[in-house]
Design a protein around this ligand. Sequence first.
Ligand code: PLP
Length: 405
Amino acid sequence: MPGYEFFGQEERKEVNDVLETGIMMRYGFDGPRKGIWKAKELEAAICNTFSCKHTQLVSSGTAALTTAMSALGIGYGDEIILPSFTFVASFEAVLSVGAIPVFVDVDDTLTLNPLAVKNAITNKTKCIMPVHMCGSMADMDALQAICKEHNLLLLEDACQSIGASYKGKKLGTIGDAGTFSFDFVKTITCAEGGAVITNNETTYINCDGYSDHGHDHKGTDRGADLHPFIGYNFRISELHAAVGLAQIKKLDDFLSIQRKNHTAIKNALATIPEVSFRRIPDESGDSCTFLSWFLPTEEATKAVVAELKAQNILAGNFYWFVNNWHYIKKWDHLKNAATLNALHPHLKAAVMHHATKDFSASDAIICRCISTAIGLTWTDEQLKTKCNQMVNAIKKVLSEQKATA
Ligand SMILES: *Cc1c(COP(=O)(O)O)cnc(C)c1O
């Protein structure tokens, strides 16, 4: 799954190009950098790979979300609809621009339930933010239709689904803007980094300025840049961009290995009648970084996860195990609106209200879901062993449960 599994010569070469000149800053120093512009080159490669007009690299996926929201004009008091199953960065970004995260239930796609989205729209709603979790996509036709009907922005958090597509379009290029993360555990990595992609020129110009202190990048030198608006420093360094440049060239290879391993595990699990799979709105577009599957009951799921864990097989369940990062049930800090800065009382009340609603429909799905991360470096032998181990563990637990029932 993550790009760090195939880190080598190519990354070293790109980083060395930067170290040779010593210019680690992405802007300026035109003479001494001797034609080395890794961030610019990576931005062009991203536009080319994902067929989008504009790319703004930034320092992280979280920074990409904050930058995209600001560039789209989202701010104080605006409501952004997002799923109950995501990564904490999604709501951190919403709060960072003073907006209100309005969580809604996921369905068996593990992403936004379009009906729940519709029901959550108010006169303050400004944006719908699908999060394409675990390598696969939300129902974009349904979400686009809702955005059109209600005149809302569509921002895709595609941080976990680089290279996936929906009906021939790359995820991240369908909405008004999309974001990628290149942190250390993502499909391709810069160590730390992120990108906003968009086909809208104004949105791009806003991202370009916002991520670099509001500089308009039109001056004869940096000192002469004008500042049409206030920005921050979310710049990526040339060193990080250099790593990303090597990684993006490997993306197609990563995806084809993932698809092969994913298919093998899916075929093995499909032999068990009690196992069902995540619904994928466009199967052919799945990036296959994870295989997400369901068991019929919470009890069976819990027991299978424990059994797989005992056998040293990673099996992600975001309801009780693995980590506290991805599901709303685990976010007490959000439910308490525990920030280090004073939140405006209205904002605080709204944040707490929306984080503590009833998510039983999501609970019923997430508590039965297991996400298996697909490795890139597994040998055929290891893959075969893994498939057998998983099938045997599931069968063992199911038959034990049947015996005691
Ligand atoms: C990783 C991730 C982010 C944030 O990316 P960072 O680069 O780690 O800041 C945002 N959203 C989702 C869904 C992610 O998985």
